[in-house]
Design a protein around this ligand. Sequence first.
Ligand code: HH2
Length: 271
Amino acid sequence: MGILNLTPDSFSDGGQYLRPEAALRQAERLLAEGADVLDLGAESTRPGATPLPLDEELQRLLPLLRELLRWQVPISIDTYKPEVMQACLELGADIINDVWALRHPAQGALAQGGPSAEAVVAQHPNCGVCLMHMHREPQTMQSAPMSGDVLPQVHDFLAQRAQALQALGVARARIVLDPGIGFGKTVEQNFALLARQRELLALGYPLLLGWSRKSSLGAVTGGAPAAERLHASVAAALLALERGASVLRVHDVAPTVQALKVWQAMREQAG
Ligand code: HH2
């Protein structure tokens, strides 16, 4: 899954793809390098990010989405707002990727009696959905990260969210789960999630992992800034794959694909 951030303030590539021509060029590049899915996000989720008004989010997303849909490639939309989900799914987006796991207390739609994020996803029987674990919210998640053993907490949260969605009629096969690397967890907790990732596979859903350029990788590599975390990101992606990840959400597709090919070549000989 190649990341396309249509934002001025994303933690590692903010401002690079805000202009439509730049975004299209990057989409082309991600696909040429081997991405199977593009994940479009218009609001940064970095710690302390300012929430984006609904109309601005739509203005950033919809023109590009219209264009990309003509390319007939799977498109995921990284959003927590039901109105944005609805608009993008109606245009033909394939996947909703929600760092809030469809539980954000939406302002606009709900206040006006509109559908919840869960209802929007349930009403579109063909879309995939990624449910991610986040502790607290982007404004506060790193000021008071989780405490204790995170594995059972993340496991139980994801199980409960997946069950809630299925209770609304969403087929199990449409759901992917993500432990949410960096979302309200300490460096040690993020690496515990990697070390024990297989425990989450027991839930029986495919796992999506987003380690790309995350600050925990900087923390264990002598403080490398986000732009210099490529090798660390590829290493983490490979470790996540080895531990059963099905989808890797990455900024740098070509180096990741190259690493995956080495893993594949080894697997083919494993018997
Ligand atoms: N991480 C980010 C955003 N969305 N979605 C999922 N499912 N998993 C993740 O780990 C994840 C995500 C943060 O990365 P990025 O999009 O590069 O930055 P920003 O949120 O600052 O735009």
